[in-house]
Design a protein around this ligand. Structure first.
Ligand SMILES: [Zn+2]
Length: 143
């Protein structure tokens, strides 16, 4: 039988929304920054293994997919334009280059986007998350 690691009760809360989103993008717990947010590719854990934050109430829904599509489209647009204008490629060659690239970028962006959406919900205290902020007098360490 494996022993569960002890739940930490003291951790540094993120100082601002940017730090929170960075933790989420790294697929880490937005509250403690150490616990892994996902137990499978897009399946978040019910609780953070480090600080026991209840993640089960998150409602990311389709928003991470929209973010991944938006970013992929904006990153690929100049590449597509350059391929079409600067190289004499057939339509089949363009599809052979662009389609796998777009699929790979979407797959790579989905998990960080979902982590960022969960972190955004935690920062704003949405969907059952309790709104928590670092205290100024003890350098952001919640006791
Ligand atoms: Zn945590």
């Amino acid at each position: 039988m494996t022993e569960r690691p002890e739940i930490r009760t003291s951790y540094a809360l993120p100082a601002n929304l940017g730090g929170t989103l960075l933790r989420g993008t790294r697929c880490r717990c937005p509250r403690c920054g150490d616990g892994k947010l996902f137990h499978a590719w897009l399946k978040p854990r019910d609780h953070c293994p480090v600080c026991a934050l209840d993640i089960s109430g998150q409602r990311a829904d389709d928003f991470p997919a929209y973010i991944a599509m938006f970013v992929t489209g904006h990153l690929l647009a100049p590449i597509i334009i350059a391929l079409v204008l600067d190289f004499d490629l057939s339509a089949g060659a363009l599809v052979a280059i662009i389609l796998p690239l777009a699929v790979a970028m979407m797959i790579a962006l989905l998990q960080p986007a979902k982590g960022a959406v969960i972190a955004l919900q935690w920062w704003n205290g949405m969907h059952g998350f309790r709104r928590e902020r670092a205290q100024d007098d003890d350098e952001g360490v919640l006791k």
